[in-house]
Design a protein around this ligand. Structure first.
Ligand SMILES: *Cc1c(COP(=O)(O)O)cnc(C)c1O
Length: 453
């Protein structure tokens, strides 16, 4: 009896085409939609409870919407975190965007010397300008800073030599990745020295053996230590390394090029040029943190080391593509000419300007069933940089009257484009410093729409 009911219902499972007809148009590739429908029908076939047709269509629609949300697309960043790794780190300048478009759509001189007509060297203009920018003898680029570290570590330490690193600098960067583990996974041996809170120059000196490949300093970019702490000065480490004829490499992480005056009272990042001046042989840093460019790992320093790294077979596996080189080249030129790099200019927008925008937005949100006020924002630089620095900012604070702040956050995330804010002490906040002024209209429309449904 039971089996009979089950088999009858199974026969009722609709054909794929019937489901597709009922769905109507979706801006997803048709094979993807068909695939998803097939999987849904297959799971119906396996299941003991077979639902009605409208229920099935509802489930497929939800799955399609979920899938579409995972497509890479722009979002509005109201978190107040300027370098937000989850939101794609640094927004690029319009110059960089134009450069990408132009290089992407055309053939280019990527590896052609147009003067001679012979093969040219990839990124040579960029490398030269990067070196000028960092006051370095030479510079080059790989996919990201983690790749730069792996390349440097393997080049100097493989097959069986050691890298000396302080226990206080075994940093965990975002997404659960740890610098030490990245290096060890590359097959490199680490010689950890000192204690978590204290490492002296003597600790480094005592650890040097004939097997030492290099001394590595990793900038504590995303945390700070206070209290009973000591670390060796970069200049002292450089002097020790030079005396013992060992390369000295500093992973700077963020790639800040100079003091950011608005927040420099709190702390400053060591710059590539200063670190090289203090005697580091090589520095590496990310292209998409405070440098404000595309994802890249920039390496700068002594010419003979940079040249050797570029000859390493691993360099080929880590090289950047032309789109990255185009964007980076523009960003470097902007730094050299004092142009506008969005990641940095966002930090410099005056509070008066933000307040004026906030007042305007609030006026346009009058009459909604919610308490809406201008609030105080506290911007974090983010991206594992300047962990102590907090920039004051201006936010739009909303407490809806008819539903929860969590519901508001979810509805705004479901807007198109999604708007990402944060909740603090029971209030939903959108920080205006990380929202581009040309997005204010979109923000107003979205808030009006989600508060009136
Ligand atoms: C962010 C960071 C890295 C990793 O850089 P990616 O470009 O994301 O690979 C490495 N070291 C330090 C100190 C960092 O802050």
């Amino acid at each position: 009896m039971h089996d009979e009911i089950k088999s009858r219902t199974r026969r009722d499972i609709p054909a794929v085409t019937k489901v597709l007809d009922a769905l109507g148009h979706y801006d997803l590739p048709r094979p993807v939609i068909i695939d998803l429908v097939r999987r849904e029908l297959a799971s119906q076939r396996r299941s003991s409870k077979i639902g009605a047709f409208p229920e099935l269509i509802g489930r497929v629609r939800t799955a399609l919407a979920d899938l579409r949300r995972t497509r890479l697309h722009p979002v509005i960043n109201g978190t107040g975190i300027i370098i937000h790794t989850n939101l794609g780190r640094a927004p690029l300048s319009s110059d960089a965007v134009e450069a990408i478009t132009e290089i992407a759509a055309n053939y280019s001189n990527l590896e052609l010397d147009v003067a001679s007509g012979h093969r040219g060297s990839r990124g040579s203009y960029l490398e030269q300008n990067l070196a000028t920018l960092c006051h370095a003898e030479a510079a080059t680029v790989v996919n990201n800073c983690a790749a730069a570290l792996v390349l440097i570590a393997r080049h100097f330490a493989i097959p069986d030599r050691e890298i000396i690193i302080s226990r206080g600098e075994l940093v965990q960067i975002g997404g659960g990745f740890r610098i030490g583990e990245i290096l060890e996974s590359a097959g490199v041996k680490l010689r950890e020295v000192g204690a978590t809170n204290r490492t002296s120059i003597t600790d480094y000196a005592k650890a040097i053996t004939r097997n030492t490949a290099l001394i590595l300093r990793v900038h504590r970019s995303n945390f700070f230590m206070d209290g009973f702490v000591e670390s060796a000065a970069t200049a002292d480490m450089a002097q020790l390394a030079r005396k013992r004829r060992i390369p000295f490499v500093v992973d700077l992480g963020s790639g800040a090029l100079g003091p950011i005056e608005e927040i420099s009272e709190v702390e400053n990042e060591p710059t590539p040029s200063l670190t090289l001046k203090e005697g580091a042989d090589l520095v590496c840093f990310s292209g998409d943190k405070l440098f404000g460019g595309p994802q890249a790992g920039i390496i700068a320093g002594k010419r003979r080391f940079v040249t050797a790294l570029k000859r390493d077979p691993l360099f080929r596996a880590l090289r950047c593509d032309k789109l990255c080189l185009a964007a980076l080249q523009s960003t470097v030129d902007l730094h050299l000419t004092g142009g506008d790099v969005p990641a940095l200019s966002l930090m410099r927008i005056s509070k008066d300007e933000l307040r004026a925008r906030a007042a305007n937005i609030i006026t346009r949100l009058r009459g909604l069933p919610a308490q809406i006020n201008v609030g105080r924002g506290t911007v974090k630089v983010g991206g594992g940089t300047l962990p102590k620095a907090v920039l004051s900012s201006v936010s739009i604070d909303i407490v809806p009257e008819e539903f929860s702040v969590n519901e508001l956050a979810a509805r705004l995330r479901a807007s198109s484009p999604p708007i990402i804010g944060h909740i603090a002490s029971g209030t939903f906040k959108l920080d205006l410093r990380t929202i581009f002024s040309h997005q204010d209209d979109l923000v107003v429309d979205a808030i009006r729409a989600v508060c009136t449904v």
